[in-house]
Design a protein around this ligand. Structure first.
Ligand code: CTP
Ligand code: MG
Length: 226
């Protein structure tokens, strides 16, 4: 039987939220934001949960794990300076055949979405939830002029959990580390898998509700959706 590790990321600073405490620890409906995704993976088919946080927040996170009875969370480990390095630390700490890498800032991930992602990774080796893009998207050049619009019908937004065979994503990371890749430009793990291993992920339907809580407006939205 193949095993699944969920890696929940909570080592960011939340600079766009402009709050005193990182956004993942802010309370929403009486619970720290990070507790919602931990509870979701606790309920799911994942076998273990690795929580990645800042060195100085490890003890605080261990308390959250105990308080919300997240029995599958056996490890709280330190993250890195950028998201990709936090993921890398999480993958090294994980032991499953597959890893599900999730932004701790996406509290409303559903059981349906987790189950579909697991099913897809077992079949295709790499899977990612995607949603249609609502706005028209353009690139802007350094001098501020707009470039051609993309064909919106061909665009999707990338969500998490992104799922991979643990050994494949680990070797993709190791390849990029030995190539001295600039990880600050890498915002998700599908990019890592493509750049480091040349492997494409299979898309599964994502959900609007699985929004990444980034700004104070997102936090207001969340409070009215819980
Ligand atoms: N993250 C992490 N380690 C980092 C940076 C980000 O574990 N060094 C995590 C965040 O905690 C979050 C997820 O990656 O759960 C997605 O990142 P993002 O929404 O960008 O969060 P922050 O980096 O914290 O926010 P900001 O970019 O506004 O500073
Ligand atoms: Mg960030």
């Amino acid at each position: 039987m193949e095993t699944i590790s969920a890696i929940v990321l909570a080592a960011g600073k939340g600079s766009r939220m402009k709050s005193d405490r990182p956004k993942q620890f802010m309370e929403v409906a009486g619970k720290p934001l990070i507790a919602y995704s931990l509870e979701a993976f606790e309920k799911s088919a994942a076998d273990e949960i690795v929580l990645v946080t800042g060195q100085s927040d490890i003890e605080y996170c261990e308390k959250i794990v105990r308080k919300y009875k997240v029995s599958k969370c056996t490890q709280v480990t330190a993250g890195g300076a950028v998201r990709a390095l936090s993921v890398y630390n999480g993958i090294k700490a994980a032991s499953g055949d597959y890893v599900l890498i999730h932004d701790g800032a996406r509290p409303l991930v559903s059981q349906r979405l987790i189950a579909d992602t697991i099913e897809a990774v077992e079949k295709y080796k790499a899977a990612v939830p995607v949603i249609p893009v609502k706005d028209t998207i353009r690139q802007i050049s350094p001098d501020g002029t707009l470039m051609d619009a993309f064909d919106r019908s061909k665009l999707v937004g990338m969500q998490t959990p992104q799922a991979f065979e643990r050994k494949s994503i680990l070797s993709a990371y190791e390849k990029l580390i030995s190539d001295v890749c600039d990880f600050s430009q890498i915002t998700d793990d599908v990019m890592i898998m493509e750049k480091g291993a040349g492997l494409h992920a299979h898309p599964v339907p994502g959900e609007e509700e699985n929004r990444k809580i980034t700004t104070p407006e997102d936090l207001e939205w969340l409070a009215s959706h819980i």
